[in-house]
Design a protein around this ligand. Structure first.
Ligand SMILES: [Zn+2]
Length: 287
């Protein structure tokens, strides 16, 4: 309705921390313009400040979303910069039931768009720097990457045309990984387990490039889930659970109940629009 004021309360946050372990070489491509003369063409992305290879939050979130769209069978109906994705803002989809748009958000609306999402995007995925490779921390290492040689085979002459790719070697650990899940409603909270499903889809697929040729197998490990609840004007950590890996978390049948108890969403109706009974109770009866 026009002119209607909408309140979107942030009841709490679920903070998911952990590490990303590369089980095979990992290649998240960088911009070749940053390369030195005589270097290789296919370099990995580096944090401009620390020069460490890193996993951009956008890469991880984008991969989670694309695999989750397929998992949900969501309609691929929108193009951003020549990339086809799913979005409920296009119309003709069931937004109420759509986990993709409720968790990962819808593209920023243009002026013509009439569609308004129910709440801001709950899921935030941060960048993760390389922390160590094998037993060595980045401070102890001189090299953070390896050069992988590949060969394109000419189908007629069988000549091998070699090319080189830079990647972070197997055994690399990126941490701290951090995902934030903002709880705007009980409905949003109910969709939280799907975030872990999306992470598991990435484990079963790959992260970064060259996935169909052996790179990018990752595991999300040493997981810690911290619930923060609005309390006394700020968000306080009220509970924590730890899991060695995603499988352990997804197999925990008590997880959803536990999170719901920690965040303890109060009924919006009772909080913001007191019932007549509530008003009567709070109004002094004697003058
Ligand atoms: Zn959708």
């Amino acid at each position: 309705m026009a002119g209607e004021v909408k309140y979107i309360p942030l009841h709490g946050r679920v903070v998911i921390r952990g590490q990303i372990r590369a089980e095979t070489g990992l290649r998240i491509g960088g911009n070749p313009s940053g390369i030195v003369i005589g270097g290789i063409d296919n370099i990995v992305l580096r944090n401009p400040v620390s020069q460490l290879p890193y996993v951009p939050g956008s890469s991880l979130k984008g991969k989670m979303r694309s695999l989750f769209e397929r998992y949900c069978g969501a309609a691929i109906n929108h193009e951003i910069d020549q990339v086809s994705i799913h979005s409920c803002h296009v119309g003709g989809t069931n937004y109420e039931k759509c986990d993709v748009c409720h968790i990962f958000g819808v593209p920023a609306p243009s002026k013509e768009d009439k569609f308004k999402p129910d709440h801001p995007t709950p899921l935030v995925v941060r960048d993760v720097d390389l922390a160590r490779i094998g037993g060595q921390t980045v401070d102890e290492l001189d090299e953070y990457t390896e050069i992988k040689w590949e060969a394109a085979i000419d189908r007629i002459t069988s000549a091998a045309v070699p090319r080189q790719m830079e990647r972070v070697p197997a055994g690399a650990i990126f941490e701290p990984m951090e995902l934030i899940y903002n709880v705007y409603s009980a409905d949003v909270l109910g969709r939280l387990p799907q975030v872990f499903v999306a992470l598991q889809l990435v484990e079963d697929d790959y992260l970064g490039g060259l996935g169909s040729r052996g790179s990018g197998k990752v595991r999300f490990e040493e997981l810690e889930v911290v619930c923060k609840r609005k309390d006394g004007g700020r968000y306080k950590a009220v509970g924590k659970k730890e899991y060695g890996n995603l499988e352990a978390l997804l197999s925990d049948g008590t997880f959803e109940t536990w999170v719901a108890e920690q965040i303890a969403i109060k009924e919006a109706a009772a909080e913001e629009a007191p019932t007549e009974e509530g008003v009567t109770e709070e109004t002094p009866t004697e003058e």
